[in-house]
Design a protein around this ligand. Structure first.
Ligand SMILES: [Zn+2]
Length: 77
């Protein structure tokens, strides 16, 4: 009987160890992803200074603090 209990204990220990390990890795990855994405970098829609087209802040070209939809509107090459 003691052998069965011991075997079960070992199996559950190994099982717990195997299950727990990927979870820790996953948690670390989530944390790293959060770090990589600052909150102030949230995507917002901005209006092009020249033609009035709305573009996302990630795609917009900023020249002298003004947003432009494309390089053509921004006047840069
Ligand atoms: Zn434009």
């Amino acid at each position: 009987m003691l052998k069965i209990v011991l075997t079960l204990a070992v199996i559950s220990a190994v099982y717990f160890f195997l299950i727990k390990k990927p979870k820790v890795t996953q948690h670390r990855q989530t944390r790293a992803a959060e770090k990589r994405k600052p909150k102030r970098d949230e995507e917002i829609m901005v209006e092009c200074e020249k033609c009035g087209t709305f573009v996302s802040s990630h795609e917009a070209i900023i020249v002298d603090g003004k947003y432009y939809c494309s390089k053509t509107c921004a006047g840069v090459r």
